[in-house]
Ligand binder design. Structure first.
Ligand code: IMP
Length: 430
């Protein structure tokens, strides 16, 4: 029987999923990405080298691991080729990568439209990555999108492209943007097909075969639960569902396979882009944490907003995604603070509430109810076991478990693979 592990972001993205998926990818037979696109930015560090991935799964560094970009993703083939070229230039040439024939494609007009829609919003911008993710998902649901598998059928691709361009060029013209020429786009995408055609297949069949064998299958989420289109801080969200709940649809597998969900959460919180962030810090502590944690966006380079660990969010996410364990990331970054805080509730209009409200208007009025704990001064980046952590650091971890109701299964104390404390026995065995 296969072993499964789902790794998801539990805050606003950038929690360090890249490191965790890479850690398990070394042992996994298959790594599957099931939502999002090249809006994600995963940094993986090992053997003194730093690699950055956008849409390619984190198992790409292990020649034995089968990497799958599944149907729930929006795939930008231009980005995939650029990512592969970058990996080649860093010496990563031996890998296995498959792309779903049913995945929607991000086309060049999608990023143009993403930028234009943002500009139209005036002061109410979402702060998207401008990679065209929202417009690509919109086209998928409007049934005007092109799919990766279309590339394998040139005549059919031409027909779909013609249809899409008729609609999209009209919209681009209305917005005062450059339109796209059929012949040029067709030639470009046929060239793309010649480069990645051999990777395109029915990935659902591939994944199910692995699940039915004794393979270890890792499902790699992108972004974070608070950016979920359904359950996040709408409209300041991405356009997919980063939850473990979207694995079955996004990978083409039965829900019965989903268990062992690891929620990746920073020991504090960060957010890029706009939208309410109840535990946000605005003083020197935010600057210190930002600098120590190198909190700048991998995709856009934007400085990330910084705040305390939010247990309201953590409990909400655990309820929605069935979190079995937390992977508590960047724990070493908190060293040196006199006091550390955890948000246990929100105060909204004089009342204490236990769940994030649905509207931004209300969330923006929420004030964090904070508990304050002693900080620790020691550098913990070389600590290998939970018991060797300073008492105050252990107390912080125990408090997170208490206020979220979920055990901390992993603690990360540095970017490198080796700086990972695995506590949970099941995770040790994966
Ligand atoms: P989009 O996904 O580019 O449409 O951006 C929508 C929102 O999600 C923006 O606030 C982005 O900054 C945020 N976002 C998208 N992908 C990521 C990610 O991988 N990490 C963190 N934030 C992200």
């Amino acid at each position: 029987m296969s072993e499964r592990l789902v790794v998801i972001g539990s805050q606003w993205g950038d929690e360090g999923k890249g490191k965790i998926t890479d850690y398990f990818a070394c042992k996994a037979d298959m790594v599957v990405r099931y939502q999002g696109g090249n809006n994600a930015g995963h940094t993986v560090v090992f053997d003194g080298h730093k690699y950055s991935l956008q849409s390619i799964p984190s198992g790409i560094f292990n020649p034995k691991t089968v990497n799958v970009m599944a149907n729930g993703m929006v795939v930008n083939p231009v980005s995939v080729i650029a990512e592969l070229e970058r990996l080649h230039s860093q010496g990563i040439t031996d890998y296995q990568l498959y792309i779903s024939d049913r995945a929607a494609m991000v086309m060049p007009w999608h990023s143009a439209l993403d930028g234009a829609y943002e500009a139209l919003k005036g002061g109410a911008q979402i702060g998207t990555t401008k990679k065209g993710i929202g417009p690509a998902y919109s086209d998928k649901y409007s049934r005007v999108g092109l799919r990766v598998g279309d590339l394998l059928e040139p005549e059919y691709f031409a027909e779909r492209l013609q249809g899409a361009l008729e609609e999209k060029n009209m919209e681009l013209k209305m917005l005062g943007l450059e339109t796209f020429d059929f012949d040029q786009v067709y030639a470009q995408y046929m060239d793309i097909a010649s480069k990645i055609g051999h990777m395109i297949c029915d990935t659902s069949a591939l994944i199910n075969k692995a699940l039915e064998s004794d393979a270890k299958v890792l499902f790699e989420g992108a972004q974070g639960m608070m950016l979920c289109i359904d359950h996040g801080t709408y409209p300041y969200v991405t356009s997919s569902t980063p939850s473990s709940a979207s694995v079955p649809v996004g990978a083409g597998v039965s829900p019965k396979w989903i268990d062992n969900v690891l929620g990746v959460a920073k020991a504090y919180c960060t957010r890029v882009g706009e939208g309410p962030f109840p535990t946000e810090l605005f003083d020197q502590r935010a600057i210190d944490i930002r600098e120590r944690g190198h909190e700048y966006g991998t995709v856009t380079g934007r400085p990330r907003r910084v705040g305390w660990f939010d247990a309201v969010v953590a409990r909400y996410v655990s309820r929605l995604a069935g979190i079995d364990n937390w992977a508590l990331m960047l724990f070493d970054v908190l060293s040196g603070l006199d006091k550390v805080c955890i948000c246990t509730g929100y105060e909204l209009d004089g009342e204490i509430i236990d769940n994030p409200p649905a509207t931004i208007a209300r969330l923006a009025r929420c004030k964090p109810v904070l508990i304050e704990l002693d900080g620790w001064k020691e550098d913990i980046s070389d600590v290998k076991e939970f018991d060797a952590l300073p008492e105050a650091a252990k107390a912080y971890v125990r408090k997170i478990e208490e206020v979220t109701g979920v055990k901390v299964g992993i603690i990360s104390v540095g970017a490198d693979r080796s700086k990972t404390i695995i506590i949970d026995e099941k995770l040790k065995k994966f």
